[in-house]
Design a protein around this ligand. Sequence first.
Ligand code: FAD
Length: 537
Amino acid sequence: MKSEQKFIQEFDAVVVGAGFSGLYMLHRLRDAGYSVRVFEAADNVGGTWYWNRYPGARCDVESIYYNYTFSEEILNDWNWSSRYAEQPEILSYINFVADKLDLRKDIQFQTRITAAHYDEKAHNWKLQAGKSIIIAKYFIPAIGCLSASNIPNFKGLETFKGEMYHTGRWPHEKVNFSGKRVGVIGTGSSGIQAIPVIAKEAGHLTIFQRTPQYSAPARNHAYDQDVLIQTRENYKEIRQQMYTSMHGVPQTPREISALQDTPEERERVYEEAWNQGGLFTLLYSYSDIGFIPEANETVADFIRTKISSTVKDPEVAQRLMPNYFFGTKRPIIDTDYFETYNRENVKLVDVRATSIQEITPNGLRTSDAEYELDMIVFATGFDAMTGPLFKIDIRGKDGLGLKEKWGGGANLKTYLGLSTAGFPNMFMLTGPQSPSVLSNMMVSIEQHIDWVTDCINYLETNNLQEFEAMPEAEEAWSEQCRATAAMTLLPHADSWYMGANIDGKPRGFLAFAGGVGVYRQICDLVAASEYEGFSKV
Ligand code: FAD
């Protein structure tokens, strides 16, 4: 940490990040009477919804569930316009909450935390925020699982003369695609949302696809007032269902194996799910899709048939056929994604067959062709979960770095995804080895923050200085995470859940796959046992 520091500020707690997590954490701790400061790299609140302004960006968990649930007043005061709200609307919602709770006065914007070092003698954290040193007993990274954008290290990247954008760092001004030759690299959730919208405006669009995806129609539509009224009237019950569920939504898988039904009945069930739309609808058609390869194959086949009946050119359809287990990458829902490949101005390039060799001043060269482009859109995702943490020089006891401790991720060890041994009084919100990205994140965010607030209240009431995961507890939890994932098909995919999208990132399943309901119970039991598995001094 730099020695010529001039400004020193002290707080009970420092929260890093002003997205959904950081804002609610600030609200809870401030309400409980602690002095709190939030530091945010951006110039405003919003997190994901501040940065991801690309065309077509919207939530994929239904709007009425993808919001805070802690305040009836906020629930009643906000009306979502459609089933899957667009980014500007979600950002307005976050701003509305920040204003309503008067949160901005405790947030320092345009300030990136670059280092956080634990001081063993003083039992507090020292954070580097620009030229300032911030001291706080509690260090709470609320930095998001998907906030470190990833642009692969393409040869010649800096030579490109046209415009370049990453979906996760989209400019505030409208980007003009009109008449331009646009290349989109990547067909994950963001690419699949952006591609149909860009195709409508661009002169020509070339899509560079590494992995074909399963995607189902979102069936987005404006909300009927009745739906909003009914949701409000039943919110207590709905909330309970979300809290005890697998993925944080008030739906459950049908309790029947896909292999028990006749092919005709399965077809009917899948067709109904396809027409209904929704992130988990196909996955929940049968109880064993996520677990049994043969069951999974039935839904994978169904979607592949849909792709071939939608895409007119059979060769293009073939290139769009996914062959990993359905649901082992983040499920994707779309609006006219496969239909877009029927447009005259759209071309699909399979970069697994003909890999990208380099970015050139005028476009992009693959192993068999050169593509002239005016603009490149990188929809290449994020260095998920561990990425944002490793961007900060976090050092715990004995000066040990977090990245070092976790072997860059190969030796990831946490207790409950909230805490890691050797890093006292640090709470990771939706950290690795918690359900986080596998769930409706709002449920996971609120659950973590309520737990952390209770924990800090407990520590303060008992005059405790230092709270830390025990090595044996994190060993057991990490093993449980691995064993739980191994019971599913999830570790079979080359997904970002596995770290597979980042060159050189160690492979390993990054989240807890046992579901938000089970996870909540475990966390509650740990709290009820006065934090078994944690050392308290
Ligand atoms: P973020 O929103 O990522 O906020 C973290 C903040 O921390 C950022 O503002 C960042 O600038 C700041 N930060 C990071 N590092 C530092 C640092 N060192 N110093 C200072 N500031 C820092 N989840 C769902 O459940 N449903 C959805 O439909 C859904 N759709 C999504 C769509 C997209 C395009 C993306 C990218 C993600 C989506 N997610 C969705 C996941 C989404 O990230 C979470 O739902 C949620 O917004 C995360 O909130 P957060 O506050 O934890 O993190």
